[in-house]
Design a binder for this molecule. Sequence first.
Ligand code: MSP
Length: 476
Amino acid sequence: MQKTYITTAIPYVNGTPHLGHAIDYLLADTYARYRTQQGDEVRLQVGTDEHGNKIFKKAKELNIPVEDYVSENSKKFQQFITKLGVEPTDFIRTTDQDHERRLQEIWHRLEDHIYKDSYEGWYCEGCEGFVTQKEYDENDGICPDHKKPYEKISEENYYLRIADFKDKIKTAIETDEMKILPDFRKKEILKLLEDSPDVSISRPREHLTWGIPVPGDENQVMYVWMDALANYITVLGYPEQDISDFWPANVQIVGKDILRFHAIIWPAMLLGLGLPLPKTLLSHGFVLVDGAKMSKSIGNVVDPLDVLSRHGLSAFRYYFLRHADTFLDSDYTDEKFEEAYNNELANDFGNLVQRLATMCKKQNLNGLADFCPSIDEEYNNLMDNFCFSRAFDYAWAKIQAINKRIDDTKPWALAKEGKNEELKSLLESLVSDLMNANYLLKPFLPEASEKVEAVFKSSDQIIPPLAPLFPKLRSA
Ligand code: MSP
């Protein structure tokens, strides 16, 4: 059995889950479900990134012990993941004892590539990262993502010698040994890699208390990115256990803002450990709200739990998996969401199920209990290349084609004319089309898809669902 490993970025826990966080999870879960359908044994990792000054300061501000603060917020992410219908096999917290111990061993193993030096540079606490003087100048001293001035930091740090691995990383990216998707991001990374300096991987304890100690130097604490990136292998048991069944990962899913950490520091760590590089790094776009970045100051932050409770899981997955292009930024507004729900999910799909089941019932047709979906190479090709929104479009076109086929063949006219045999075989063929399309939709809309199966894939008589699968929203 083929083994597949899929990873997601682990969010900081200095806040609760927001809409943007959902994207990593939904893409990863969709791929996991698809690979499972294809017969693979799948591991899907999720987790929380719990160290660093940002988190420490927030807990202090709220006057909560930092351990309690991170545990509470980590739980909220866990609940959020469940609410999204995501079924991970592994949940890792960077405060897990196993992770801490394993990370220290990883540090030891990288020691040939680590050196200590003093450093002066510009730091953004929001990014938990240093920027070069060039970036500082281009951004006029203010982080464009966090709208805060960079801080000048001067301190002794340990460094990972990126220079030791640059050529190998470059070749791996160029040859697609480590494939970066989409292609325009690959070009950006190759450019960035050219003048990428060695990276600081620790900070003095007086500047960073909440983190994993550097082994053998009690004055230094590991940099949060070093800590966080390692989660992808510590969760598999590295270095104590042989991870070769699941490593290298088939795909690591991250947002565009953190691709650079995954495409430069992470491969350097892996090469230093003598481990293979991930097969694919998929960078997705951002969810904007009404064309703007979500921000508390603009007041346009959308609470995903609110959207979920108002419209349900299928509506949520439908919008963000189909209408958010996998690789580009996408836009959320209540209006667009409700329009997609009413016109597409409720009309195209929900009505089709109801309509077809009603016609089948009138003819006393039984479901297709032994139905076996046909292989669709075009769909598989899109899914294998992680073009999820396009694969979803493709599956949706099948739903629209069934609607059109019903309109064209007019089963009700056959019924009127008493052509019962013809009608039955037409309905059976339509049900079979629907079951095939439904199978393609299953990784995206597992919940709805199972309901459709319950109606048509049974040895009993087909009975239309008692309530519409997707009741129309009244506000629209
Ligand atoms: N802790 C780091 C990741 C470490 S992974 C080894 C981090 N956390 S985060 O909470 O800021 O972001 C978590 C994920 O959410 C990232 O993939 C990030 O790109 C994604 N998103 C955050 N805001 C987003 C949107 N508005 N839209 C889509 N994804 C966004 O970075």
